[in-house]
Design a protein around this ligand. Structure first.
Ligand SMILES: Nc1ncnc2c1ncn2[C@@H]1O[C@H](COP(=O)(O)OP(=O)(O)O)[C@@H](O)[C@H]1O
Ligand SMILES: [Mg+2]
Length: 452
């Protein structure tokens, strides 16, 4: 009994059970008048046998996982159409937008510059897919007619800097530009010189252009929108795409008037439209009968609950298939969609917390460390102590209140006005995400982890 207790404490439950069974076996052998040394020998052999069994179990498990992987999925026949950047052969409910963009870019086939366009709309409304679809067709047509058009697609969020966007453009125009070492102006001038000397007509798609407007000097956009005055011959026409509807307010008015020669708004999809988009995707990606109709309907309803976001709908479909496959279920059912939604929500929260700037992390940590529903005043006091402990500049109470409002907009806290006293408004702040999740994510931050 004592030995069992000792084993339980020292080695954990599993090992304790194994050891007890081995001891029992040894006692049995001694009882059967087997000599002690022989019993010891057998006991050792038993230990080896237990380990060998454990190894065999593990190998069996690994073997079954790998065998299943080689047999391929029973649910998904082709994972490609479930990828976020997949462009389906037909974009449903976007005939009008596709035709309008095609009309605008068509003069390029006559070797003329085309008008600049701005495409707006919330995420997952088909802006990127529309632009890429039109670009692909334009490329095929130009090749067929032997008309030189340079088509360049650059995602400004992924590119990160104006210089990297110029690098994308340089690659399309076949200009060699070093990765570093040139000023933005110099790099752009070299590309522009090549476009003029070769008399190239360039169509440049700046996807997620709001990132360029938010995080840079704005010089590149200014240069690009002035290009039709400067380039002769040759031209650069622009398609700007933005998920942020307020992005226009950030632009220099001269840039805006040139960039927005044509504008198009992409409306969110209705739940019924999402359902039909999903049905098409299911046909391409799933084996016959591997998802129930109720599951597709639920997927569309959930993806359309905020705004009709086709990306969310397709993501939900992909994650649900992964959940069902891991469960070894023969088909995707409603419960898999619900689990997938939870998983995606959690991933979204983790990402939102992970990328918060340091000051916002400290303020959120102050909320976590305060008593239930603290006021902005008490959060500020806790924040002051936290920020001094990590040695960063402390912000004013007003700025902290502003950051709390931003956290409120992100759905991480809810801040309601409590009173309008002599010293301004006081708010009561409620944390909307689970405390353990916040702490878990923040322990991975090298600075914040030291004060958790
Ligand atoms: N009309 C549509 N028909 C089929 N799939 C669509 C449609 N609109 C969007 N999608 C799909 O939804 C996802 C997101 O579309 P995307 O064009 O990237 O949205 P946005 O650029 O507006 O955020 C992609 O997988 C895309 O293929
Ligand atoms: Mg997009």
């Amino acid at each position: 009994m004592l030995k069992m207790f000792y084993n339980l404490v020292c080695f954990g439950r599993y090992k304790a059970i194994i050891n007890c069974l081995a001891t029992q076996e040894r006692a049995n052998l001694i009882n059967k008048n087997v000599s002690d040394s022989k019993a010891n020998l057998l006991w050792k052999w038993w230990g080896v046998r237990v380990n060998a069994n454990k190894e065999a179990d593990q190998r069996k498990l690994l073997d079954s996982i790998f065998t299943r992987a080689t047999q391929g999925s029973r649910i998904v026949k082709d994972a490609e159409p479930l990828r976020p950047d997949y462009i389906p052969p037909k974009l449903l409910f976007r005939d009008e937008q596709i035709a309008a963009v095609a009309q605008i870019v068509a003069p390029l086939l006559r070797r003329q510059r085309c008008s600049n366009i701005l495409l707006y709309g919330k995420t997952g409304t088909g802006k990127t897919a529309t632009a890429r679809l039109v670009l692909n067709e334009l490329k095929l047509k130009a090749q067929k007619l032997n008309i030189p058009i340079c088509l360049c697609y650059s995602n400004c969020r992924l590119a990160g800097t104006e210089y990297r966007v110029v690098l994308d453009l340089a690659e399309t125009a076949c200009v060699k530009i070093p990765f570093t070492g040139l000023s933005l102006g110099e790099a752009y001038s070299r590309v522009a010189a090549q476009i003029s000397s070769e008399n190239l007509n360039v169509l440049l798609v700046l996807d997620e252009i709001d990132y360029l407007a938010k995080s840079s000097t704005g010089n590149l956009l200014y240069e690009l929108t002035r290009s039709h005055d400067k380039l002769n011959p040759g031209s650069i026409s622009l398609i700007g795409i933005s998920n942020d509807l307020r992005f226009k307010e950030m632009l220099d008015p001269r840039v805006l008037s040139s960039l927005g020669e044509e504008e198009m708004v992409f409306p969110p999809y209705s739940v019924e439209e999402l359902r039909l988009i999903l049905e098409e995707r299911v046909k391409l990606a799933f084996n016959e009968g591997c998802i129930t109709e109720a599951a597709v309907n639920l997927c569309a309803a959930l993806a359309g609950s905020e705004h009709g976001d086709a990306r969310r709908a397709v993501d939900l479909l992909r994650v649900s298939a992964e959940v069902a496959e891991r469960e070894q279920s023969p088909r995707v059912e409603e419960r898999h969609i619900k689990i997938a939604l939870q998983k995606m929500e959690q991933d979204r929260l983790i990402e939102a917390l992970r990328v918060l700037p340091l000051q916002a992390k400290l303020i959120l940590l102050a909320v976590v460390k305060s008593t239930d529903s603290p006021s902005t005043g008490s959060i500020y006091q806790t924040y002051l102590s936290l920020s001094s402990r990590v040695g960063v500049e402390t912000l004013t109470a007003r700025r902290v209140s502003g950051i709390l409002s931003e956290l409120d907009m992100q759905g991480l806290v809810s801040a309601n006005v409590l009173s309008k006293g002599r010293y301004g408004r006081s708010k009561r702040v409620i944390l909307l995400v689970p405390k353990p999740l916040v702490l878990d994510v923040f322990t991975q931050d090298p600075v914040v982890s030291s004060i958790i």
